[in-house]
Design a protein around this ligand. Structure first.
Ligand SMILES: NC(=O)c1ccc[n+]([C@@H]2O[C@H](COP(=O)([O-])OP(=O)(O)OC[C@H]3O[C@@H](n4cnc5c(N)ncnc54)[C@H](OP(=O)(O)O)[C@@H]3O)[C@@H](O)[C@H]2O)c1
Length: 360
């Protein structure tokens, strides 16, 4: 600590300065910088409950949801450690000029980030919207289990004074399986298909975290945002076929606007009541036909021709199952917790997203 810098340089987010951010990644000074980061984290941890100032380590931070969460936390002056498989990819997404002070760590450095973080968010996983060969299916599951297992292990092995107090881990509404008739809340049993099996094992791995660490498992629905996720892929097909329901149109579509999901993840980090399974979905799921009707009206397209399943499968592969065979999920826990949605209804959510004009 004495070698790396004085206490005053470690007492706020700006302590990981532009130059120290660079040198964190220089092989010659990694040890010194890691120690600096650790000391900084301890300091942030001990003060975080006063000012709600957090240090958060995030896997999958470079993805659709993670990058929005990073931006949000960054704007609020929290310290962030991006846990990634590729430093260069992460550096291009979070350039130093726009995100000075963010620490980017590849696997060997994850331990130093996690130790001393106040919270960890786990979003990593191979995208499921692809063609599912047996190898890809294995990787979809393994990528989630392996990353979660590593993170859990690092949290559990942290000395108690450096251990994060909260672990927010992603899972998905695929946990419930699919149905056109059933209503699922957090108490509902798991389904019998491949995605429910993935989610059960993913959650089971996260549940291995020490009992003194608060665990929030967020079962995420289809996330709607302007520059990623299912919507970005659906809109061009929808436009091509002049709109209309995808598949039969009767399937349920349990969606959430990306801003609401990011707020929920943020709240889960801060609020001790966010514990256990919480459905990360909007309070008003819709049938796909209704979603397509709103999409058509927002895009100014008629909604009368059904978009063939095949077209969607061509783009999403077997991953299209999340759209073509949905489930009706309600966020009972979020309601109990008093979570306030910015976009409870799909029409307003789509309007807000498509007004940004990036998706089409
Ligand atoms: N988007 C949705 O609608 C939705 C719905 C339900 C659940 N979820 C879940 O929420 C999480 C985040 O979703 P997202 O849409 O933000 O995902 P995303 O954009 O695909 O990003 C996921 C991140 O995971 C990491 N990753 C990718 N392949 C990996 C692999 N083979 N092994 C380990 N890590 C890998 C990558 O980070 P690095 O390259 O930096 O390591 C990537 O940025 C995912 O686990 C997803 O299943 C998403």
């Amino acid at each position: 600590m004495e070698v790396c810098g004085g206490a005053s340089a470690l007492s706020s987010r700006s302590s990981i300065s532009h130059s120290s951010f660079h040198s964190f990644h220089q092989p010659t000074s990694v040890l010194c910088q890691v120690r600096r980061f650790k000391v900084f984290c301890v300091n942030a941890s001990s003060q975080s409950l006063k000012g709600n100032q957090m240090t958060v380590s995030i896997t999958g931070a470079t993805g659709f949801i993670g990058s929005k969460l990073v931006q949000r936390l960054y704007e609020d002056n929290h310290s962030i450690c991006v846990l990634t498989r590729s430093k260069s990819k992460a550096q291009s997404i979070f350039p130093v000029k726009d995100f000075p002070g963010i620490v980017i760590a590849e696997e060997p450095q994850w331990k130093d980030c996690i130790q001393g973080s106040t919270g960890v968010v786990n979003l990593a996983g191979l995208p499921i919207s692809t063609r599912w060969s047996p190898e890809i299916k294995k990787e979809i599951k393994q990528s989630r289990i392996k990353t979660t297992s590593k993170v859990v292990d690092l949290i559990n092995k942290s000395p108690s004074d450096l251990r994060p107090t909260v672990f927010v881990s992603a899972t998905a509404v695929g946990y419930y399986g699919t149905s056109e008739t059933q209503l699922f809340d957090e108490q509902s049993p798991s389904g019998k298909d491949y995605l429910s099996e993935v989610c059960r094992e993913w959650e089971g791995t996260a549940l291995g975290v020490d009992k003194d660490v608060r665990l929030a498992l967020i079962r995420i629905g289809v996330v709607l945002g302007k520059d990623g996720g299912a919507l970005a892929k659906m809109v061009p097909i929808f436009m091509m076929f002049a709109g209309g329901p995808l598949g039969s149109g009767k399937q349920w579509f349990s969606w959430i606007h990306i801003d609401d999901l990011v707020n929920m993840l943020y709240e889960a980090l801060l609020n001790p009541s966010y514990k256990g399974v919480i459905n990360g979905t909007a309070p008003n799921p819709v049938r796909l036909a209704e979603m397509c009707e709103h999409l058509g009206s927002v895009l100014g397209r008629p909604s009368w021709l059904p978009v063939p399943d095949l077209a969607l499968k061509a783009v999403l592969g077997e991953g299209a199952i999340v759209v073509l065979e949905g489930q009706r999920v309600v966020p009972a826990r979020a309601k109990e917790l008093g979570f306030s949605y910015k976009y409870p209804y799909i029409k307003e959510a789509l309007k807000a997203i498509l007004a940004q004009k990036v998706v089409v």
